[in-house]
Design a protein around this ligand. Structure first.
Ligand SMILES: [Fe+2]
Ligand SMILES: [Fe+2]
Length: 191
């Protein structure tokens, strides 16, 4: 596997771990267990920064665009994935609005947030699956050494997207702490 593809694949693993943590918390909340809304806010922040603002633009520019230039075989698939990236921004906005409503409106707004977040997790998992099953193998075949070198050079300039963000050093660790075993402990965080 080319190095840029491996990086994108590794980012999927990190995002998947956070989605697993979120899904676990949503199940707990649906069962009536009290979950601190602050934890959901932290996960939403991660999903906004890492997949939406960091991972998707890299895919758009260094996988989808060169794939379009090298072959028409992937045109429909790329169009579908680009559409999902655009829809992802809308879903994030919807999720953040649901979270704000829960904050302001309390229990009456809780179920709507849980439903929106559950839909988000399902759709995002399907999106990554489609990229891994269909797009990445096609890219591995169709992109040239020149395409990969351009991606590698740009990826080397990218730094930790959470660097400098409030609580960033702790954010990913804290989210994963909440995930069910074997990823995390599935326990409330210690203060
Ligand atoms: Fe994507
Ligand atoms: Fe992706």
């Amino acid at each position: 596997m080319s190095q840029p593809l491996q990086i994108l694949y590794d980012e999927h693993r990190s995002i998947a771990a956070v989605l697993d943590a979120l899904a676990h918390l949503l199940r707990e909340a649906a069962r009536g267990k009290a979950v601190d809304p602050k934890v959901f806010r932290q996960i939403l922040y991660y999903l906004d920064v890492v997949p939406e603002r960091y991972h998707h633009p890299k895919e758009d520019e260094f996988l989808f665009a060169p794939l379009r230039r090298r072959t028409h075989e992937a045109d429909d698939l790329v169009a579908r994935l680009e559409h999902q990236h655009r829809m992802g921004l809308e879903s994030m906005a919807h999720l953040e609005q649901s979270m704000a409503r829960w904050d302001a409106g309390g229990d009456a707004e809780r179920a709507a947030f849980l439903a929106a977040a559950t839909t988000f997790v399902d759709r995002y998992r399907q999106h990554m699956q489609l990229e891994e099953d269909e797009l990445m193998p096609l890219a591995q075949r169709a992109l040239t050494a020149e395409d990969w070198a351009a991606a590698e050079a740009q990826f080397a300039l990218h730094h930790d997207p959470l660097k400098g963000a409030e609580e960033s050093a702790e954010l990913f660790r804290r989210i994963l702490y909440l995930a069910p075993p074997p990823i995390g402990l599935g326990d409330p965080l210690p203060d």
